[in-house]
Design a protein. Structure first.
Length: 190
C-alpha cells in the first residue's frame, strides 16, 4: 500500500489556503508522500484548462519531485440531467472520463476515479441503477483505449452502502472496473 495525498484538500473549497497543482505536487513531496491523487476539476486538473503541453509539463514536474500520480479523480453524476432527456449528459460525462483517461495515461497513472449517480425522487431507482451501470460500462470502454482502469467510489450516491457498491460492481461486470472505498461513507448510512 502506498500513502497518497489528495489535491482536493488544497483546492480552497472549505476556506483553507489554496495551492495550484504544481505547488501541491511539490508540497506532497516535501511532506514525504510518494504519490498523489489529483482532483480533475477547477482549480486543479480541468479538462477545459489543460492541453497536451500542460499535461506533459505536469508529468515532468511530478517526475522531478519524485511523486507518482496514483489516481485522477473525476467528478461524475450519471443521474444528472435526467429531467432533460434531449441533452446528452451521459455522453458529456463519458467524454469527460475519456479525457481524464488520456490525462492519466500521459501522467503515468492507470486509474481514473468516478462517482456513480445521486438518487432522485423523480427517477425510479431501477431506472437510475440501469442508467448508471450502462454509463460506467461506457466509461470503462473509453478508458481502456488509454490502458486505464475505472475506479468507482462510494460517495453521496447509489453506491454509498458497501453492499450496493458490490452489487453495482457485479452489474458493471468489467475487468477494468475496480472499487474505491470512501472511508467516511459508513457515517452516511441510516
Amino acid at each position: 500500500m502506498k500513502p497518497v495525498l489528495f489535491s482536493v484538500s488544497y483546492a480552497g473549497f472549505w476556506g483553507q489556503a489554496e495551492l495550484d497543482l504544481k505547488a501541491f505536487v511539490a508540497h506532497a513531496a516535501e511532506l514525504g508522500y510518494p504519490a498523489v491523487e489529483i482532483m480533475a476539476k477547477r482549480p486543479h486538473l480541468s479538462v477545459l484548462d489543460y492541453g497536451q503541453d500542460d499535461i506533459h509539463s505536469l508529468a515532468a514536474h511530478c517526475r522531478a519531485c519524485g511523486v507518482d500520480v496514483a489516481c485522477v479523480a473525476g467528478y461524475t453524476n450519471f443521474s444528472g440531467g435526467a429531467e432533460s432527456g434531449e441533452v446528452p449528459f451521459i455522453e458529456m460525462q463519458v467524454a469527460y472520463t475519456r479525457a481524464l483517461a488520456q490525462f492519466a495515461q500521459a501522467l503515468g497513472c492507470g486509474l481514473v476515479r468516478v462517482f456513480t449517480s445521486y438518487e432522485r425522487d423523480d427517477v425510479p431507482l431501477a431506472e437510475n441503477w440501469s442508467r448508471t451501470v450502462k454509463a460506467i460500462q461506457e466509461c470503462c470502454a473509453v478508458a481502456a483505449d488509454s490502458g486505464v482502469t475505472i475506479g468507482i467510489q462510494n460517495h453521496h450516491d447509489v453506491g454509498v452502502h458497501s453492499k450496493a457498491l458490490l452489487e453495482l460492481l457485479s452489474d458493471v461486470d468489467r475487468p477494468d472496473c475496480k472499487l474505491m472505498f470512501d472511508a467516511w461513507s459508513p457515517c452516511l448510512r441510516d
